[in-house]
Design a protein around this ligand. Structure first.
Ligand SMILES: C[S@@+](CC[C@H](N)C(=O)[O-])C[C@H]1O[C@@H](n2cnc3c(N)ncnc32)[C@H](O)[C@@H]1O
Length: 438
């Protein structure tokens, strides 16, 4: 926790939150953290952290209020307009010029709150590329730890005051006016994938050309910021850019990034500067194997999952479909955009079998269940039978629940054989009876 002052009662409260809610505020600056917790304490009229902990135990809804107070998600379209002008005139054209027209452009908006920053990025990319190229090439990954903020971002509906900072021509071009709301146009939204991601704990997204993380790093203490920056280094392509908030600085001793424009807080990565060291420290912090085997193994895991002949998918704790292998995508006609969507938005959540209540059950009990002989007319209209296995995914080291895996095994052949066997037995019995009667 660095050299910050600590209060044992506050630490106890944070430990309790980590244990009961799996959220680790350990890396957050204690001064702002205690100020915000105290605000909640005043509002509900308790005197000290111990009493507040008791209150949390009895009123679990208070967690939501507390998180909302701590993770203030203040944001705006084109927040700090000058910096965005620079991104639009220098950085985005530079990225486009450096890439072949057939290559994807991958952007990560980390700590995206309710989506204004993300859609700002999307608008600038669409402006630079034109809508056709934007649709074909751009993926904006937008992540935050706050699920409520992500839901607002997904809805993409803003009030007149919120869109005031969007230049008039872009407002006209990229928003649909519905009653008194401004809804981000569908085409623009299609390039954006929202997902829950905790910067402190989750693995980084990779092959990123532009990583925008503004007004978020400041909530973490020095050590945690260094760790997050190491992951950002890993996330970025060699020629990739990092764009921070106005009030944020990289530490002077940081050798992984070098400023492109310090005033606008735009940095570029020092290629492979200390990749090995970074992976070692990532490995160290997660208790996993060191480099380079770790990277190779991750790729092997991914490839193995992808080509497995059995259809399978992974849903995270917020009900988001994180992975679906090639067989699952073909089997259920999923398209790549379905990855990152809430399971409840997909037909698959209730057909061939209602999954959500079963997933909740498996998550609560941390035990696998198997549903047998589920009928599925399939895409080719031939009746198929599936065994559906729903399994909890548990971290070996921490015993923490990470999500659930759902495996769809096609048992049609066995089912048909079984029916043929029953039929054959019946015929045999009839034949015996016939012989005996004679
Ligand atoms: C002040 S907002 C910044 C929003 C936007 N980037 C901007 O600059 O306008 C900070 C965001 O960081 C998010 N945040 C806090 N801790 C986080 C974590 N551990 N992982 C991911 N996001 C986090 C909060 O939920 C909040 O939405």
């Amino acid at each position: 926790m660095g050299n910050q002052e600590t209060n044992p009662e506050l630490e106890n409260l944070l430990e309790y939150i980590k244990r009961t809610r799996g959220f680790d505020f350990g890396g957050y600056k204690r001064t702002s953290l205690s100020r915000r917790v105290c605000r909640r304490m005043q509002l509900i009229g308790v005197e000290n952290y111990g009493e507040y902990l008791d209150h949390l135990e009895v009123h679990p809804d208070e967690f939501v209020e507390l998180f909302n107070t701590i993770l203030i998600n203040v944001t705006a379209f084109f927040r700090e307009a000058q910096a965005w002008d620079y991104i639009a005139s220098e950085i985005i054209p530079g990225i486009i010029a450096s890439k072949h027209i057939s290559k994807p452009i991958r952007v990560w908006s980390a700590g995206c709150a309710s989506g204004e920053e993300t859609y700002t990025l999307a608008m600038l990319l669409a402006e630079a590329l034109g809508m056709e190229q934007y649709t074909a090439r751009v993926k904006v990954f937008a992540t935050d730890v706050d699920v409520e903020a992500l839901n607002t971002a997904r809805q993409a509906s803003y009030n007149p005051k919120e869109v005031q900072s969007v230049p008039a021509n872009l407002q006209e071009k990229y928003f649909d006016r519905v009653n008194d709301r401004y809804i981000v146009q569908k085409e623009l939204r299609r390039g954006v994938i929202f997902g829950r991601h905790d910067l402190v704990r989750d693995a980084p997204i990779s092959r990123i050309d532009l990583l925008v993380c503004r007004n978020t790093l400041m909530y973490f203490n020095t050590e945690t910021q260094v760790k997050i920056l190491e992951r950002f280094h890993f996330a970025l392509n060699d020629a990739g850019f990092l764009f921070l908030g106005k009030a944020e600085m990289l530490f002077t001793r940081n050798h992984s990034f070098t400023p492109v424009d310090l005033k606008r807080r735009v940095f570029t990565k020092v290629p492979n500067g200390n990749l090995r060291g970074m992976l070692l420290s990532m490995a160290h912090s997660t208790g996993q194997q060191p480099v380079p085997e770790m990277v190779d193994q991750m790729r092997i895991h991914e490839a193995t999952f992808e080509i497995d002949p059995v259809a399978q998918m992974v849903v995270d704790l917020n009900g988001i479909v994180l992975l679906a292998n090639s067989e699952a995508r073909n089997f259920f006609n999923l398209n790549p955009r379905d990855l990152g969507s809430p399971l409840q938005d997909l037909e698959l959540s209730y057909r061939p079998v209602e999954l959500r209540s079963r997933i909740d059950h498996v998550s609560a009990n941390r035990r696998a269940i198997t549903l047998k002989d589920i009928e599925w007319p399939g895409t080719d209209r031939d009746m198929k039978y599936l065994d559906v296995q729903i399994m909890p995914l548990i971290d070996d080291n921490t015993d923490e629940l990470l999500g659930v895996k759902i495996i769809f095994t096609d048992v049609t052949r066995f089912k048909n054989l079984q029916q043929e066997l029953v039929h054959a037995n019946q015929e045999l019995e009839t034949a015996y009876e016939f012989v005996l009667r004679r």
